[in-house]
Write a protein that binds this ligand. Structure first.
Ligand SMILES: *Cc1c(COP(=O)(O)O)cnc(C)c1O
Length: 428
């Protein structure tokens, strides 16, 4: 790590040595008006489009054109079991067993469906614990669940907060909260990789702690899937959900993934919302059968799913499978480490990285707090051809994605940031 060098030569040399460098060519890289590649560091928000995606979607468009309804059974990739074509690769990617995962709905919808099953408040135990800087949608969702069950959404919500003057969350503080309130908490729901700081939590530790007080534990892995080693089965978590349009490059608003731990796979009594897609596949089309729930995560499906969106997910998962997630993670650590090294050369009096320094406690994203900055800094960076993400009041989030970002990308980002930072004291 310590032999990183601050030079374009070095960055380009690393790209030549990088066994995954050719994958950049398999993506559409957004261009500036002169046709040059933009420095795209926003895969944490919307992953880029693999060039192969079009053919996967076209296959389904053609089968729909040629076969109409018969495509459900006769398409090259029959639509009735289409979601099953995603199961194995998804399970592998998130560290789950096939019976534990399914692709369905959108992310926040799945969070609600999971809470229908895993947030079952009683008079004594009805509170929900989340991290204080949770993604807004998650916070709104858990608050509305509290209200739905007749509880006050302020009184019923417990926040795990960073300490004064800190950004990252400490496990000791979570332990203290549980010691004081563990018996009142029905559900712990944490953003597995915090969207703001990039902190990747220890799922096993949180789950073990939560379970020891009798709480259910779930993780929103929107910023984790395709980015870090989630190891969901071994974490012991009751459920997890994620989207596929961030690090999984499956297109804006694409479907969500869902994990339900194997220990719940055959529990037919678990409360849930159901539809015909949660019903036994063998008798689904007899239509008049008593409801017979599918085992595993599939038993939480409701509707027949949008195949065009699933085709985009298949294109992406096939690429992850071809490359191998281990290799992706290896490059990710090196690339983000280089990015961190370069940012640190800018000096601690101008920027501060709030993401954990330990590579095992983060993914590829670095959240950079720029001292005295306002949104105009982000505008200038965009003008200079760097696509990143701004969070008020003063944080730029950048995610060098190992499949399509290069060492040169992060070098260029820091080179372009440098002149914008050197503003005179007292500017407004
Ligand atoms: C991106 C993201 C969402 C977005 O939710 P959608 O339902 O897909 O619009 C929600 N939660 C987290 C933690 C996210 O990162």
């Amino acid at each position: 790590m310590s032999n990183y060098k601050l030079s374009l030569d070095y960055a380009q040399k690393q790209d030549q040595l990088d066994p995954l460098s050719s994958y950049r060519n398999q993506f559409h890289i957004p261009k500036d008006k002169d046709g040059n590649d933009l420095t795209y560091l926003c895969g944490n928000s919307l992953g880029l489009q693999p060039k192969s995606t079009k053919a996967y979607i076209n296959q389904e468009l053609e089968d729909w054109a040629n076969l109409g309804v018969e495509g459900h059974t006769d398409a090259k990739n029959p639509w009735l079991p289409y979601h099953e074509f995603l199961t194995e690769a998804t399970a592998k990617l998130v560290g789950a067993k096939p019976i534990e995962v399914v692709t369905m709905n959108s992310l926040t919808a799945n969070l609600h469906f999971m809470m229908v099953s895993f947030y079952q408040p009683t008079k004594e135990r009805y509170k929900i614990l989340i991290e204080s800087d949770a993604f807004p949608s998650d916070k709104y969702a858990v608050e509305s669940q509290l209200r739905h069950h007749g509880y006050d959404d302020k009184e019923g919500l417990i926040l795990w907060k960073p300490r004064e003057g800190e950004e990252l969350l400490r496990y000791e503080d979570l332990e203290d909260i549980l010691e004081a309130h563990g018996n009142e908490i029905a559900l712990i729901m944490i953003g597995g990789v915090n969207y703001y700081t990039g902190q990747f939590f220890d799922f096993k530790r949180i789950t073990k702690l939560g379970h020891s007080y009798g709480c259910k534990v779930g993780f929103d892995c929107a910023h984790g899937a395709g980015n870090v080693d989630l190891d969901l089965h071994n974490s012991g978590a009751d459920f997890a959900i994620w989207c596929t349009y961030k690090y999984l490059n499956s297109g804006p608003g694409s479907l969500s993934g869902c994990f339900v731990h194997e220990r719940h796979a055959h529990d037919k009594d678990l409360n849930r919302f159901t539809g015909w897609w949660s019903h036994n596949k063998d008798t689904r089309f007899n239509m008049r059968h008593e409801f017979d729930v599918l085992p595993g995560a599939e038993g939480w499906q409701l509707s027949n799913p949008p195949i065009l969106s699933m085709a985009a997910i298949k294109a992406s998962l096939d690429m992850f499978h071809e490359v191998g997630f281990d290799k992706i993670l290896k490059k990710s650590k090196k690339l983000t480490g280089y990015f961190e090294f370069l940012l640190k050369t800018l000096g601690e009096d101008t920027i501060r990285i709030i993401t954990p320094e330990n590579p095992d406690e983060r993914g590829c994203q670095l959240s950079i707090q720029v001292l005295n900055a306002d949104k105009s800094l982000h505008d200038k960076l965009t003008e200079a051809g760097v696509i990143s993400d701004w969070r008020e009041p003063d944080v730029i989030r950048c995610a060098p994605v190992p499949l399509y970002n290069s060492f040169e990308d992060v070098y260029l980002m820091v080179e372009k940031l440098k002149p914008i930072l050197t503003f005179p004291k007292g500017r407004n």
